[in-house]
Structure formats: structure tokens, C-alpha cells
Design a protein around this ligand. Structure first.
Ligand code: SIN
Length: 270
């Protein structure tokens, strides 16, 4: 039984201190995935794990996406998340769901932080079940009939092995998806990847997307924030949360490694 406490009543759980992820059995792992599906975000502190152990753990979660252009010594299952004194931007600086342009976009992401700035560098999360539930019934019903095109706009091209964004896939997904583990409805459009809503004119699409993005960004009551320490590992379920990496620590350094686990084709509302 994984004991944990809630970060906010609606979003995020932190596992009790003392637990080492790499020692978990299959039953605990199943519980971890279910907790992530229900709570959106799961935090584990003080984890001792090498790059190879994190890559092996990622395989226990499912099929990791790979970064074939990683520098030597970093397993292809891990994406390097790094910003330092030379960085103009940081990865994930804007609300998004990881690589939603994939045909089977990620379910879980697992980010392990190795180096942190003296302060700052938090990650913000927003609950997409609550984003959907807090729309008016008329807008809930309308958005559930729509699909959106996700282009690889926010893709980390330099790590993908592709030469141009055009080589990477685009996909059309429902604007509201059903989470396969919880059966709950979640809003599934994000500013990092979505280019348009298919059933609407360009002008209508732009206006509705802006409304939905503002709803996510300005609804502080559906968000939580995680502060990192070296050894913190955070799992988030991209099917039901978006996240935003605050880049408020320049020119300090922040370094972590993310495993991104393939999900399934998003399930539309019938
Ligand atoms: C990301 O995966 O988008 C980056 C998250 C972070 O660096 O906190």
C-alpha cells in the first residue's frame, strides 16, 4: 500500500518519505499508475537512482519514447531537461501535455531532478478533469463533439533524431478524452501542440482555443505547484494534467532526466 498525502484536495499526491521507487514490486507499481490516473501528479522525494536504473524503471511503466540523439552515456529512454547560463528558454516553458502530436500520445511522464537552482525552477500542474468539469454544461457538451489537430510544434526536435518538424507526426485527437483507468472526462487541448479545431472555421477555432487555454491558465483552483530538490522524482499523467516549467532561475542551472511512456489513442466521448 503506497501511503501518501495530498498536495491540494483536487490535484497531486506526495508519497511518504523513505520509499525507494526502484525497490517497488509489481503490485506497488500498479498502484502508482492508478494513483497518477486519479490524482494527476505523484511526487517521490530523495530517490537514489542512476540513469540506467531510471531507464530500466521506465520499461516497467510501459514503452518509453526514445531520444536517439542523446549525448553519450545517457540512455535513449531518457530526455535531458537542462537549462543553464547559456539558455534563452527552458524545455516546457508554457502549458502543455507532453508530445500530444503523437498518434498514441504519452500517458505517464517521469522526471527525475539531479541539479536544482538555489530557488525557483518549480513545475506547475493543472488538472484537466477539473478544467472540463468546471466548464458550463453547454460548453462541456459542445467541446465533447470536437476534435483538434496536434502538430509537433513543441517537440524537442534536437533530441528526436529528425532534421525538421515536418518529419514528425501530427495527429487529430478528441478535444475531450476519457481516461481509460478512471473513466473520467478530461479536456485535451494545449497551447504547446494544438494548431486548430477541425470542425470550426479558423476564426472560431482560434477564439475557442484561446478561451480554453485561458480557462486552464487562470484557474488557480485547479492547479498545484511542485518544488524540486535533487533526487525528487515526479510522475504526471498527460491524459489528465498539463504542466508548465517555470524558468525563473536564469542564469542558474537545473538538470533532470525525463522518461516519457507511450499511452494509447485517446478515447472520445460517445
Ligand atoms: C517538461 O517535461 O515539459 C519539463 C518539465 C520541467 O522541466 O519541469
Amino acid at each position: 500500500m503506497l501511503t501518501n498525502w495530498q498536495i491540494t484536495p483536487g490535484l497531486g499526491s506526495e508519497l511518504d518519505a523513505g520509499l525507494q521507487l526502484i525497490e517497488l514490486g509489481d503490485g506497488d507499481l500498479h498502484e502508482l499508475k492508478q494513483l497518477a490516473a486519479e490524482r494527476g501528479v505523484v511526487v517521490a522525494r530523495s530517490q537514489v537512482m542512476s540513469l540506467e536504473q531510471q531507464a530500466a524503471f521506465a520499461h516497467r511503466l510501459g514503452e518509453p519514447l526514445t531520444s536517439p540523439a542523446n549525448k553519450a552515456g545517457v540512455p535513449p529512454e531518457l530526455l535531458i531537461i537542462k537549462a543553464d547560463e547559456t539558455s534563452k528558454h527552458a524545455a516546457g516553458e508554457g502549458w502543455h501535455s507532453d508530445v500530444s502530436s503523437e498518434a498514441e500520445p504519452p500517458g505517464l511522464s517521469m522526471l527525475r531532478m539531479q541539479e536544482v537552482p538555489q530557488s525557483g525552477g518549480d513545475t506547475l500542474f493543472a488538472n484537466m478533469y477539473a478544467a472540463y468539469d468546471s466548464l458550463s454544461p453547454a460548453l462541456q457538451a459542445f467541446t465533447a463533439t470536437l476534435t483538434a489537430r496536434h502538430d509537433p510544434l513543441g517537440h524537442y526536435l534536437y533530441l528526436s533524431g529528425a532534421a525538421t518538424l515536418a518529419e514528425l507526426p501530427s495527429s487529430i485527437h478528441p478535444v475531450v478524452r476519457i481516461h481509460p483507468q478512471t473513466g473520467r472526462k478530461a479536456l485535451y487541448v494545449n497551447v504547446g501542440f494544438v494548431s486548430r479545431i477541425m470542425e470550426l472555421s479558423r476564426r472560431e477555432s482560434t477564439a475557442l482555443l484561446q478561451l480554453l487555454y485561458d480557462h486552464v491558465a487562470y484557474s488557480a483552483n485547479i492547479q498545484c505547484r511542485v518544488s524540486w530538490q535533487p533526487g525528487t522524482v515526479v510522475f504526471w499523467d498527460n491524459r489528465c494534467v498539463q504542466h508548465f516549467a517555470a524558468f525563473d532561475y536564469f542564469p542558474q542551472r537545473r538538470l533532470g532526466y525525463r522518461a516519457t511512456i507511450r499511452g494509447e489513442k485517446p478515447i472520445a466521448v460517445k
